[in-house]
Design a protein around this ligand. Sequence first.
Ligand SMILES: *Cc1c(COP(=O)(O)O)cnc(C)c1O
Length: 386
Amino acid sequence: MSTTTPRPIAFFDMKAQQALIRAEIDAGIARILDHGRFIQGPEVDAIEARLAEFAGVGHAVGVSSGTDALQIALMAEGIGPGDAVFLPAFTYTATAEVPLVLGATPVFVDVDPATFNIDLEDLSRRVALVEREGRLRPRAVVGVDLYGQPANWPAIEGLCEKHGMFALDDAAQAFGGALHGRRLGAWAQATALSFYPTKTLGCYGDGGAILTDDAERAELYRSLRTHGEGKSRYEVLRTGMNGRLDSIQAAILLAKMPLLEGELAARRRAATWYEAALAGQVATPQVAPGAESAWGIYTILLRDAAQRARVQAAMQAAGVPSAVYYPRPLHHQPAYQAAHARGIEAGAPPLPVSEDLCARCLSLPMHPYLSEEDVARVARAVIAGL
Ligand SMILES: *Cc1c(COP(=O)(O)O)cnc(C)c1O
């Protein structure tokens, strides 16, 4: 037995990154303390310009979180009671929460067993079922780029166009991902980003943004994030919310932007090391043709729940962190069961892939500051548990 304790491996690593840019962060915060414009200060305008440029999209609107980005985007379409919003059953809860908060009905769609993203055949089947029942209007599809891998946006867009639906990209895990050489941001009519600290671009609190190529939508988002205000502050044009991004979070993001390109490359490199160390032993992530993952989360698939439990135990014994994203499909969550039953009342197809993935998926440490030796240690711990 070795007597030296190996370097701890972080699941996400915000400290290594902070050490590189601490001076810029301190200076950015100091500038805000001096100018005093804590809400919608010049840092917010600056980060919006940088985000739009990075994503190659016309407009970026900073908001208070990824969840609020989704909500504002759906509010702008007037989505509410009587509307069906289609979204994958295998995602984070926020994707389903937002339509419910607005009074709309989430319709859960199964995911593709290879990419874990929304399954187009199942999506079009469920849209047809909702149309046939005639109780709800199919209004929007929220596609999620799960773990950083872009969903099949050309196909989602095509289906949305055919049925007059709004296409919203939940890219909370995927900022920096690309499809056919073009970054996420303009593939859907609007793209929601989260800057939760552990995302590929994270601040030190809550934050988010909405990207769009549509100038009218961008203006609507700016109004909605500030209580529906008009040209002057005390003119209220519509029911909005308090959904603003604050200046200090924008300053953190500005300090991090110069690192992002290199960090995305480091994530790709770590994914390559995992692939080399684990291929043939467990099911490693499959990236769709033309897709470039942002590698927000690295997830393998075990044979069954029992094998996953053994691997988790072996990793814990080796001092290596792991996590399950997500242990329960959304249609099985107590909060969403009633909505699930309401979406398609008769003959709703089951969601077997989402249920299966929840039982077998396991996420491994993933961040830009993993060394090849760190990845080798994680892989050894995984293999020891098989
Ligand atoms: C993180 C996340 C969100 C929510 O983002 P917040 O900034 O935490 O509100 C929404 N959807 C997905 C898929 C996420 O991973």
